[in-house]
Design a protein around this ligand. Structure first.
Ligand SMILES: Cc1ncc(COP(=O)(O)O)c(C=O)c1O
Length: 357
């Protein structure tokens, strides 16, 4: 499992926290402008009470999330990163059937369940434009499917599925199976309020919405994420998790301090947009294109170049990006980090491309 792979990544030169100086870490869609100043102060304060389990702060964050989304706290489950509740959601779904998703999506937690041979992931055929074909998805929901998983905007494509079409799909599809909409990047999009499916949870549809503090809030290492769903669903999923016992005081404090910090989020969004423009123009100057992204990463079409070879050549320039996804051999994902790190990608691009072509 994951731990063995993680150990292989450690070297004597790996710093304990974050990337080494001079390394552009653009491979995990983090927001290195975080934690915000408010979050840092809260982390320090909470750490002083780090000897106590984190019950009250967990309840406080749960109440904040519930209030903002117009639901009761019973509709919210928090975990260590959204991966925690997403894994529990997948395990719960696997008890009664398979998980349906597009060909490419952030499938880590559902894959973990597939590895246990309890249920499998059923994938739609490849879409030429790398979009999610909602009609094909609806048509693919048969009795063997217990959950449909949509990531919006999607990872690794960065593409936003039109929220009006997605809403109509969710209403129809949720009559046949639970629909999980993973909105990890919702707050990065141009119109977070119109893009979210949370109103469907309020309206009583069998829909689960997942969110995280790992992306726009810049708290990936502080590990807080959550789902919003009907109380019965939260109850069922809760059987496969450990509730507030799995949460940490510092992460909760950071999340509470960041949740309403519009100033930090606006500043982060502006940096992400600036980074995206830098990458798009660098790709263009080098004869390449990237998909239109509503996230803090871009999926670039490398043409005839292999994405894994490209990743390795970029690493030699101290730029860390993602390698191949499934059989999308010529597609490469790069995250928007600090602008000076995005600049390192931009500077390395022509050099690496000329080495490889
Ligand atoms: C779409 C999506 N969902 C969930 C996650 C999990 O993030 P976390 O566990 O940090 O909330 C990620 C991480 O990259 C992601 O891209």
């Amino acid at each position: 499992m994951g731990w063995a792979k993680d150990a292989a990544k450690m070297t004597r030169l790996t710093p304990l926290y974050g990337p080494a100086p001079g390394v552009a870490k653009l491979n995990a869609n983090e927001n290195p402008y975080g934690p915000s100043k408010k979050a840092l102060a809260a982390i320090q304060e909470a750490s002083l009470s780090g000897s106590y389990y984190a019950d009250q702060s967990a309840m406080a964050l749960r109440a904040m999330i519930a209030e903002r989304n117009g639901v009761d706290p019973e509709y919210v489950a928090i975990s260590s990163g959204s991966s925690g509740v997403l894994a529990a959601t997948a395990i719960n779904a696997a008890q009664s059937g398979n998980i349906l998703g597009p060909d490419l999506f952030w499938d880590t937690t559902s894959l973990a369940v597939e590895q246990q041979n309890v249920a499998k992931i059923v994938r739609l055929p490849k879409d030429a434009g790398l979009e999610i074909d909602l009609d094909a998805m609806y048509a693919a929901i048969d009795d063997s499917i217990s959950m449909v998983q949509v990531v919006n905007p999607n990872n690794p494509t960065g593409l936003l599925t039109d929220p009006v079409a997605l809403k109509a799909f969710c209403i129809k599809a949720s009559k046949k199976a639970t629909v999980l909409v993973d909105e990890a990047y919702n707050e990065v999009t141009d119109a977070p309020e119109s893009n979210t499916m949370v109103s469907l949870v309020r309206d009583g549809h069998d829909v689960i919405v997942a969110r995280t503090f790992s992306k726009i809030y810049g708290l990936a290492g502080m590990r807080i994420g959550y789902i919003i769903a009907a109380p019965e669903t939260i109850e069922n999923i809760g059987k496969y998790g450990i509730g507030s016992y799995g949460l940490n005081q510092a992460g909760l404090a950071a999340a509470i301090a960041s949740y309403e910090d519009a100033e930090f989020m606006d500043a982060s969004r502006a940096k992400i947009r600036e980074g995206r423009e830098m990458v798009y123009s660098a790709l263009k100057e080098n004869g390449l294109t990237g998909l239109p992204s509503q996230t803090n990463f871009i999926f670039a079409d490398l043409g005839s170049i292999n994405a894994q070879t490209f990743r390795e050549a970029m690493e030699k320039e101290n730029v860390l990006i993602r390698g191949i996804y499934r059989d999308y051999t010529n597609w490469s994902r790069v995250s928007m980090g600090r602008l000076e790190h995005v600049q390192m990608y931009v500077d390395a691009l022509p050099k690496v491309l000329s080495q490889l072509s």
